[in-house]
Design a protein around this ligand. Structure first.
Ligand SMILES: Cc1ncc(COP(=O)(O)O)c(C=O)c1O
Length: 422
C-alpha cells in the first residue's frame, strides 16, 4: 500500500475489517455470527453503523448502570484527562485514587478500611486470593492455603479466578494451570469441610446473593449470613466477590447488605466506573492490612499492574458515586425491580423465574434433548431481530439493563422477551 492509499478503506465495512484482524472473547470465530458494528451509544441504546438502534439489555456485560455516554461521566473523564491521565502507582499517588478510596470506605460494609486497586474483576479476585494466602503465611500459618468456593461459581478468567470458579467447559482446557479448591453446595456442606479441615482453609469465597455467570442463581440472605457465621466460628476469612453485585445491581449498594454482614475482603469492578473504564478494587479490613506491615520485606504484598489506580478510571468512579448521592439511583433500581417482577411473572409457565434488584432471569425448562445446547444463540438472534441485545446463559434468559432505563423502555423490552419466548 502506497503512502497515499486510504487506510482502512471506507468501502470495506467495519465487520469485514474486524473479521480480517480480530479475535473476540468467548467467541468461536469459525461459526459466530457477524459482530454488531456499534458506532455510538446513549442511555440504554446502542447505534449500529447502518443506523439500527438496539437496547443494551445486558448492560454491556453487566458494567453499565447510569447509561451510555452520560454527560456527567463524560465531563469527569475529559476534566481528568486534562489534569493527569496516568502515573505509576508504586511510589506515587494522586487525588482521584485517594478520593475514590475515601469515598468507597465510607459506603462499604463496616470494617473494610483499605483499598487495593487493580484492573478488572478477575484481577480483583486474584488479588483477594493472594492476599488471603499471604495473610495467613505472614501470621505464621502457611498451611492455611485452600479455598472453599461454591458450585456454579464464576470469579473470572485468570488462573486463580478460574480455579475458584465451577469446573466447566470454559475452564477444562486449562485444568493443568489451576489449583484445587473445595466446592460446596450449601451451608451444611460448607460446615462439614470447615470442621474437617479448618486449619487448612485460607478463605471462603462467595458471590453474595446472586451467582451471575453460573446461571443467575439467587440465594437467600440467610445463606450469606450463615457463611459469615461459619467463617467466624471456624476462624477463616470471608471473601465476597461483588464484581457483579456491587453498586446497586441487587437493589442494595452491596449485596452483603441484604444479610447485614461484612466480609473480610470484598472484590469490586464492573459498575465501579459506571461501565466506562476497567478498574478493580480489593478492599480489606485493617487487621488483614496490618498483617503485611513488617520490617521483614518478605511480608510485603508483591502484586501490582502497570495501570494500577488509573486516574481516569478513578475519576469516573468518583463521578459515578456522585450520581448515586445526587440522583436516588437505588430508588431507580427498586422501581426497575418491581417492573421486572411484574413482567417476568407470566414467564413462570416456561420455567423457574428469579428476580433480584435490576436482574431478572427465567431458566427455561425443556424436555427435548439437544434443544438446550442451541437455544442460547437462537434466542440471541431472535431478540436481536427485535432490537434487543441479550445473551442467554444456556437455557437461562436474563435481562439486566442499565438502571437509567425508563418505564416505557422496560415495558417494551419485556414485551419483546415475552413474545420471543411465548
Ligand atoms: C462475580 C464475578 N467475578 C469476577 C468476574 C470477572 O470480571 P472481569 O470480566 O472484569 O475480569 C465476573 C465477570 O463476569 C463476575 O461476574
Amino acid at each position: 500500500m502506497g503512502p497515499d492509499a486510504p487506510r482502512g478503506s471506507d468501502r470495506v465495512s467495519l465487520v469485514d475489517r474486524d473479521r480480517a484482524v480480530l479475535w473476540h472473547p468467548y467467541t468461536q470465530m469459525l461459526t459466530a455470527p457477524a459482530p454488531l458494528p456499534i458506532t455510538r451509544a446513549e442511555g440504554v441504546w446502542l447505534y449500529t453503523e447502518n443506523g439500527r438502534r438496539i437496547l443494551d439489555g445486558i448492560s454491556s456485560w453487566w458494567v453499565n448502570i447510569h447509561g451510555h455516554s452520560h454527560p456527567k461521566l463524560n465531563a469527569a473523564l475529559a476534566a481528568q484527562a486534562r489534569e493527569l491521565e496516568h502515573v505509576i502507582f508504586a511510589g506515587c499517588t494522586h487525588r482521584p485514587a485517594v478520593e475514590l478510596a475515601e469515598r468507597l470506605i465510607e459506603i462499604l460494609p463496616t470494617g473494610l478500611a483499605r483499598i487495593f486497586y487493580s484492573d478488572n474483576g478477575s484481577t480483583a479476585v486474584e488479588v483477594a486470593l493472594k492476599l488471603a494466602v499471604q495473610y495467613w503465611r505472614n501470621l505464621g500459618q502457611p498451611d492455611r492455603r485452600t479455598f472453599i468456593t461454591l458450585h456454579n461459581a464464576y470469579h473470572g478468567d485468570t488462573a486463580g479466578a478460574m480455579s475458584a470458579s465451577e469446573d466447566s467447559i470454559f475452564t477444562r482446557a486449562f485444568s493443568t494451570m489451576m489449583f484445587p479448591v473445595e466446592r460446596v453446595r450449601g451451608l451444611e456442606d460448607m460446615e462439614k469441610r470447615l470442621r474437617d479441615a479448618a486449619d487448612s482453609v485460607a478463605a471462603v469465597l462467595i458471590e453474595p446473593m446472586l451467582q451471575g455467570a453460573g446461571g443467575m442463581i439467587v440465594w437467600p440472605a440467610e445463606f450469606v449470613a450463615g457463611v459469615r457465621r461459619l467463617c467466624d466460628q471456624y476462624r477463616t476469612l470471608l471473601i465476597a466477590d461483588e464484581v457483579l453485585t456491587g453498586f446497586g445491581r441487587t437493589g442494595k449498594m452491596f449485596a452483603c447488605e441484604h444479610a447485614a454482614v461484612a466480609p473480610d475482603i470484598i472484590c469490586l469492578s464492573k459498575a465501579l466506573t459506571g461501565g466506562y473504564l476497567p478498574l478493580g478494587v480489593t478492599a480489606t479490613t485493617s487487621s488483614i492490612y496490618e498483617a503485611f506491615l513488617s520490617d521483614d520485606r518478605t511480608k510485603t504484598f508483591f502484586h501490582g499492574h502497570s495501570y494500577t489506580a488509573n486516574p481516569l478510571a478513578c475519576a469516573i468512579a468518583i463521578a459515578s458515586l456522585n450520581l448515586f448521592r445526587d440522583e436516588a439511583v437505588l430508588e431507580r433500581v427498586a422501581r426497575l425491580e418491581q417492573h421486572l417482577r411484574a413482567g417476568f411473572e407470566p414467564l413462570r409457565a416456561l420455567g423457574d423465574v428469579r428476580v433480584i434488584g435490576g436482574v431478572a432471569a427465567v431458566e427455561l425448562a425443556s424436555g427435548q434433548p439437544g434443544y438446550l445446547d442451541q437455544i442460547g444463540p437462537r434466542l440471541t438472534a431472535a431478540f436481536l431481530d427485535r432490537g434487543l441485545l441479550l445473551r442467554p446463559l444456556g437455557n437461562v434468559v436474563y435481562f439486566m439493563p442499565p438502571y437509567c432505563i425508563t418505564e416505557s423502555e422496560t415495558a417494551w423490552a419485556l414485551e419483546q422477551i415475552a413474545s420471543v419466548l411465548g
